[in-house]
Design a protein around this ligand. Structure first.
Ligand SMILES: CC(C)(COP(=O)(O)OP(=O)(O)OC[C@H]1O[C@@H](n2cnc3c(N)ncnc32)[C@H](O)[C@@H]1OP(=O)(O)O)[C@@H](O)C(=O)NCCC(=O)NCCS
Length: 186
């Protein structure tokens, strides 16, 4: 499925994008971020300090800022052919978080993810990230992917280790020392 997706042109609008960019896992439907997700994304991720404290800018955001993030994230999809997916539980259709890859000008693409507190501890972040990585490696021929984690964020470090990322020391980012993890494409 991932290979087929690469050959499809990205059709971008305020509505869901072309079907091949939707990824499915056993419990989740991953749908590229769209304008209509603003309120729900704000409600699940950006209005909860326990979630947002680990994401730049390390605090809750007003819904207007979330709309601006979505605008930038949609541009990112058009430019790079990958980006942020909204995670919806297949069973309920509820938005439970996001996962995706962000391009960096001077380093590897970066894996990002966050889930609403109600679903923590069920393996969903690992499940979503595995699908995103498979898509990205298969489709975009990436050599490696990086991830950056606050050292106190044990749950996130655990997710990365379960995905076979290796710790590569610390880097200075967002005025903090973050643990740098790398996954190389075998
Ligand atoms: C990090 C986050 C995405 C993990 O989501 P999740 O769906 O609960 O992750 P998973 O269930 O796939 O895996 C979590 C692992 O961390 C472990 N864990 C959770 N809290 C932990 C803690 N305080 N100490 C040690 N391990 C912990 C879990 O037991 C699990 O490991 P296991 O499968 O070996 O038991 C979620 O906690 C979150 O959204 N946090 C806020 C945003 C964030 O930190 N994003 C990442 C920024 S780098």
């Amino acid at each position: 499925m991932a290979g087929r997706a690469a050959q499809q042109p990205i059709r971008w609008a305020d509505s869901p994008v072309s079907e091949p960019l939707v990824l499915e896992t056993s419990r989740l439907r991953l749908v590229p971020i769209a304008t209509a997700d603003a309120e729900e994304w704000w409600g699940t991720i950006w209005s909860d300090l326990d979630v947002a404290r680990y994401l730049p800018p390390q605090g809750i955001l007003p819904v207007e800022a979330v709309r601006e993030r979505i605008r930038i994230a949609m541009e990112h999809w058009v430019t790079h052919g990958f980006g942020i997916w909204m995670l919806r539980e297949t069973r309920s259709g509820s938005l439970v978080g996001h996962c995706g890859l962000l391009a960096n000008e001077s380093s590897d693409p970066e894996l990002v993810y966050a889930l609403c507190r109600q679903v923590w501890g069920r393996g969903l972040a690992t499940e979503a990230a595995a699908a995103v990585l498979a898509y990205a490696f298969d489709t975009h021929n990436l050599a490696q992917v990086s991830a950056y984690v606050f050292p106190r964020n044990t749950a996130s470090s655990r997710v990365l280790r379960k995905l076979d990322f290796h710790a590569e020391g610390q880097v200075r980012r967002f005025q903090a020392h973050l643990d740098h993890f790398v996954l190389r494409h075998e």
